[in-house]
Ligand binder design. Structure first.
Ligand code: ADP
Length: 164
């Protein structure tokens, strides 16, 4: 077992968090699982959970509960349930905030080149990936999508080359 106190090097362990990142059905269908995983690996983040899921309508409605009143809600639920989703947990320093910056803006047209959405998407309704927006939401989303036993604790060989 890799101790939580060392997960992100010698800095305050409050910085070391998990983020829930999902590759949406369009990302899976377009063969973007590999490229998206590479972006997180290349940055130095560590994959601690991954699976392909066909989420139920009820599961998706819970995941997006805060958007229930939006006009695009039903379309969003249909889109997210239209094929397998690649659900992942990434661990590392500031993983939620930095994860969002790796993803880019919600609307791909507003996403900078070099971000996932800025490089791989054009339509807000087909923006290929999801990332938790706060540490609290990351905890809720991880609990919704994963069992405790599906989350790994391990030390990558490159750990001491990523963190001082
Ligand atoms: P994010 O995914 O960046 O956290 P939101 O939580 O605001 O963004 O929205 C959740 C998802 O709903 C977006 O990723 C996108 O797939 C979809 N969405 C957001 N706004 C719209 C919109 N105006 N039209 C269609 N789909 C939208």
């Amino acid at each position: 077992m890799w101790p939580a106190s060392r997960r992100c090097g010698t800095r305050d362990t409050d910085d070391c968090v998990h983020s829930f990142i999902a590759i949406k059905p369009d990302g899976v269908q377009r063969g973007l699982i590999g490229p998206i995983i590479s972006r997180f690996e290349n940055r130095g983040f560590k994959l601690v959970g991954i699976k392909l899921v066909s989420p139920s309508k009820k599961h998706l409605e819970e995941h997006y509960a805060d958007l229930a009143e939006k006009s695009f809600f039903q379309g969003l639920i249909a889109y997210m349930g239209s094929g397998p989703v690649c659900a992942m947990i990434w661990e590392g320093r500031d993983a939620v905030k930095t994860g969002r910056s790796i993803l880019g803006a919600t609307n791909p047209l507003a996403s900078a080149p070099g971000t996932i959405r800025g490089d791989f998407a054009l339509d807000v309704g087909r923006n290929v990936c999801h990332g938790s927006d706060t540490v609290d939401n990351a905890k809720k989303e991880i609990a919704l999508w994963f069992e405790e036993t599906e989350i790994q604790s391990w030390k990558p060989a490159a750990f001491d080359w990523v963190y001082e």
